[in-house]
Design a protein around this ligand. Structure first.
Ligand code: SAM
Ligand code: SF4
Length: 370
């Protein structure tokens, strides 16, 4: 290191990245050494490595699920100029890719209600070079869009489906059409997209359907994943009986998965742990145990909201506006520094079960990007 390097850098870690949260908080602009020997990979001060970006493309939705939005949907939405433009989003994903992100999930709100979503996926694929592009969707518009999305490089969809009963489905989604979602799932399979099912387990509402949902998904070659209800936004107003720990859901699946298998769950690339079918067929059930068994220690995800706020954690309100930085003319180096700083201050866990911390209760999934 040359003599012209500021003294402060003496305490910085590799690539000029501060070694502690305090250093990160005080380091406002990028030190000279940052990026001088290539872009540093995204890691935080606890050693977690970030490879997976969840990109929210809208805060709007055509459903208003009881655990996600108030009746009638969220009161306020970003207006078009507040949203990241497609070009801005693609530039940021390309930058994230240089920082080690190799998997991008488009989400929302409902990503398929963003106009020209196919063009966005195509632009991100072309500009960032990221090959693993997936989407989480409620499926309501998949029958029209699945083939086009597949053609421009989308590789998979996680479709949210909490019930196979049309009445209950409409109740949970506040008006969603089961028939449209099922048609969307078939279109996605037909378009060669890898399909997974996201099921939010709701005690007293759909937990009696757990086995039926697994059988149905397996019959189509789809992996079902049960998500523990998280006390975010609207869900924090639901009664305690709605919250089911994953072990209770697993017990509803009878002999489909062997009890000893449940203890031998294997980690996936995202937040789910997978348990294999007891019949040796290789089929799986996923469990996203966000509440009963926190997985924050192995978190590999960064979130970018539709407004361009970088959030290090789903449960935290802390955010850095990459959109504003971009619009003020920030270089890639400056943006990369801001991303590192935001992640460096990430806390070890989410406090979902803490009586003192209720920050997460003020942010619904549709606003952060689930
Ligand atoms: N609209 C799309 C959908 O529903 O798939 C994508 C966005 S949605 C916010 C992403 C995922 O978050 C969905 O699978 C949804 O079921 C889940 N989700 C929403 N609120 C939740 C909560 N409070 N707890 C657990 N999962 C939740
Ligand atoms: Fe919309 Fe998805 Fe939230 Fe349901 S979970 S209201 S589909 S964003």
């Amino acid at each position: 290191m040359g003599t012209s390097v500021p003294r402060r850098l003496a305490v910085l870690g590799s690539h000029g990245i501060p070694a502690s949260r305090d250093e990160l908080a005080s380091a406002a602009s990028a030190p000279a050494a940052f990026g001088s020997s290539g872009w540093p990979r995204l890691t935080d001060t606890l050693g977690r490595r970030y490879t997976y970006l969840r990109l929210s493309v809208t805060d709007r939705c055509d459903f208003a699920c009881v655990y996600c939005m108030p009746p009638g949907g969220e009161a306020e939405h970003a207006v078009r100029p507040e949203l990241l433009s497609f070009e801005e989003a693609a530039r940021l994903v390309a930058l994230f890719a240089q920082l080690g992100i190799d998997r991008v999930r488009f989400t929302g709100g409902e990503p398929l209600v963003r106009r020209d979503i196919v063009r966005l996926v195509e632009l991100v694929r072309r500009q960032s070079g990221v090959e693993r592009l997936v989407m989480t969707t409620n499926g309501s518009r998949l029958s029209e869009l699945a083939h086009a999305l597949s053609e421009v490089g989308l590789t998979g969809v996680n479709v949210s489906l909490d019930s196979l009963d049309a009445g209950r489905f409409a109740e949970i989604t506040r008006g969603g059409s089961l028939a449209r979602v099922l048609a969307g799932i078939h279109a996605a399979l037909d378009a060669q997209l890898e399909v997974k099912l996201n099921i939010v387990a709701l005690g007293g509402l759909n937990d009696g359907e757990a086995a039926r949902l697994v059988d149905w998904a397996w019959s189509l070659g789809i992996t079902p994943r049960f998500i523990e209800l998280m006390p975010l936004g609207e869900a924090s107003n639901l009664s305690a009986e709605r919250f089911l720990p994953w072990a209770t859901i697993a017990s509803r699946l009878g002999k489909r998965i062997a009890p000893e298998q449940a203890g031998a769950a294997v980690a996936g690339q995202g937040p789910a742990n997978y348990v294999f079918a007891s019949d040796g067929s290789g089929r799986k059930v996923g469990f996203i145990t966000a509440v009963s068994s926190e997985f924050c220690g192995s978190c590999n995800r960064v979130r970018l909201t539709a407004r361009g706020d970088l959030r290090a954690c789903l449960a935290s309100r802390g955010a850095v506006s990459l959109r504003d930085a971009l619009r003020e003319g920030a270089s890639d180096r400056e943006l990369a520094w801001q991303i590192h700083r935001a992640l460096g201050t990430k806390l070890p866990g989410h406090f979902f079960t803490s009586a003192e911390v209720d920050e997460h209760e003020q942010v619904g999934m549709s606003l952060v990007g689930g």
